[in-house]
Design a protein around this ligand. Sequence first.
Ligand code: HEC
Length: 171
Amino acid sequence: MSTSWNVILKRLGVVFAVVLVLFGITMLFTYDVIKIQWVSFMGLSPAMQQMEHPLPVATESIPIEGPAFIPNEGAPKNPVLADQASLARGAELFQVNCSVCHGLGGKGDGTVASFLHNKPADLTSPAVQFLSDGAIFLTITNGIPGFMPALNENLTVRERWDVVNFVRTLK
Ligand code: HEC
């Protein structure tokens, strides 16, 4: 009886050792200790690769929200009524996108303002409040090279007008 138990345990030991070795080999591949260049057909497709320059926008193409403004036609007119809903959205978007530089009250005293070489404008000042809605819209859209980043990719057209409406309340 005891001899057959010994045999069974020995065989189990061998099986266990074989499984352990196979598992170990699998892990070598799993954790890239041994690296294999798997065939990836997606990598061969003409798709955009990581960190590649995005394709230029086709000329005269129009964003899905409709044209924000017509180039060289001057400042656009504000199509969004400054009602409570618009101002509430504008206030929130201003806090997220503008207040780091311009400050919560728009005074140009945001958190990072003191670190900037070119100080953010005081949006409550007559100089800014004198600008038309469309001019402020274009400033948000295009930024001011070397001073303020273009925020057209952060804010939709509608959102930009909401922010313009909010900026109007800062005076
Ligand atoms: C990275 C910091 C930064 C952010 C973010 C920023 N601005 Fe500015 N902004 C500036 C600076 C700097 C100036 C001053 C440019 C100058 O002196 O000509 C400026 C100027 C302006 C002006 C005055 C433009 C003019 O013609 O005098 C307006 C209006 C304005 N910003 C609105 C906004 C709004 C609205 C947002 C958010 C949607 C925003 N800015 C986000 C830095 C910023």
